[in-house]
Write a protein that binds this ligand. Structure first.
Ligand code: ZN
Ligand code: ZN
Length: 311
């Protein structure tokens, strides 16, 4: 099972549709998430695919296509990681991490047994009776005695932390309700905020005018953006009549002062990854609650950390 699972998930990650946006499924992907008016704005057209970019989508320059909830293009699976295969990608990382850990554990056990045939007192956890010199000499002997097994063990030992780190990073992104692509966009926003060039003001989703050509009338997401974020070239606030939202523009200095619309909390974020198409709309009782984050309020404090982790 631990040997078959990584191959199976590798196959699914590589050959399943990552979420390629086509004219046929465009309306479907437009209804998955609302625009957050911070990193995704309505009305943007992909110049290559010539389609309106659905919220959270990105054009992959390698595959030359737009992918829904694009995370990144992964060279290991020769495919994008997106809405369609993100769950398989996480399961690939998890199963590979378990396999390499188990392989390293078995290999070290065999090497240990090998060394003990010569020196019964030797142990993988260095016994105090051995000097570091003797301990390492015998360990090297155990690895070299069966080069094939020794090298595979070393490979498993060295790759295991990398795979667990990548898996942890992806779980952290899920915890923050973001993607690799979005964390880079937030990183850009952080630079603008550090310079004092970023401004926000409220949006009321109940009274906001929508352009039906640019935005779907319905999404399965339970909340809508209650803030608009803009940047200016010289750090002066935008005019009150320009940009989305109403009221005064307020300068934003920190990521924690803006909201990440796509973070519903760790459990719901997991559901969003592992149950594609799940409608979260049942979780709010009336349409009026949309956009009024009360129980579901999440600030972007996590985003600051994810940006720090990425840099
Ligand atoms: Zn495109
Ligand atoms: Zn790609």
């Amino acid at each position: 099972m631990s040997i078959v699972a990584p191959y199976w998930f590798l196959y699914l990650s590589a050959f399943r549709d990552a979420g390629v946006v086509t004219p046929a499924n465009h309306a479907h992907y437009m209804s998955q998430y609302p625009y957050d008016f911070a990193i995704f704005h309505p009305g943007h057209v992909c110049r290559t695919c010539n389609i309106l970019k659905p919220p959270r989508s990105k054009h992959c320059a390698v595959c030359n296509r737009c992918v829904a909830k694009m995370d990144h293009h992964c060279v290991f699976i020769n495919n994008c990681v997106g809405y369609g295969n993100q769950a398989y990608f996480i399961l690939l990382l998890l199963s590979t991490a378990i396999l390499t850990s188990y392989g390293a554990y078995l290999g070290l056990g065999l090497i240990s047994a090998n060394v003990r045939t010569r020196h019964p007192n030797w142990h993988l956890w260095k016994p105090s009776s051995f000097t570091w010199h003797d301990y390492l000499i015998l360990l090297t002997f155990g690895i070299q005695d069966d080069v094939g097994m020794g090298s595979v063990t070393m490979l498993a030992l060295l790759t295991t932390p990398l795979v667990w780190s990548l898996l942890s990073y992806h779980f952290y992104l899920i915890y923050c309700g973001t993607t690799t692509n979005e964390s880079m966009k937030w990183q850009d926003w952080k630079a603008e905020m550090d310079d004092g060039f970023a401004f926000k003001r409220p949006i009321d989703p109940r009274t906001r005018q929508r352009n039906p050509k640019h935005e779907p009338s319905w999404t399965r997401w339970p909340v809508e953006s209650v803030q608009a974020l803009v940047r200016t070239e010289d750090g002066t606030p935008p005019s009150i009549t320009s940009g989305p939202g109403t009221g005064e523009w307020e300068r934003v200095w920190h990521l924690r002062d803006v909201e990440n619309l796509y973070d519903l909390g760790f459990c719901d974020n997991l559901v969003d990854v592992f149950v594609p198409g799940h409608s979260f709309r049942g979780e709010v009782s009336t349409d009026l609650e949309r956009g009024r984050r009360t129980t579901k309020h999440r600030d972007a404090a996590g985003l600051g950390r994810v940006v720090d982790a990425a840099t």
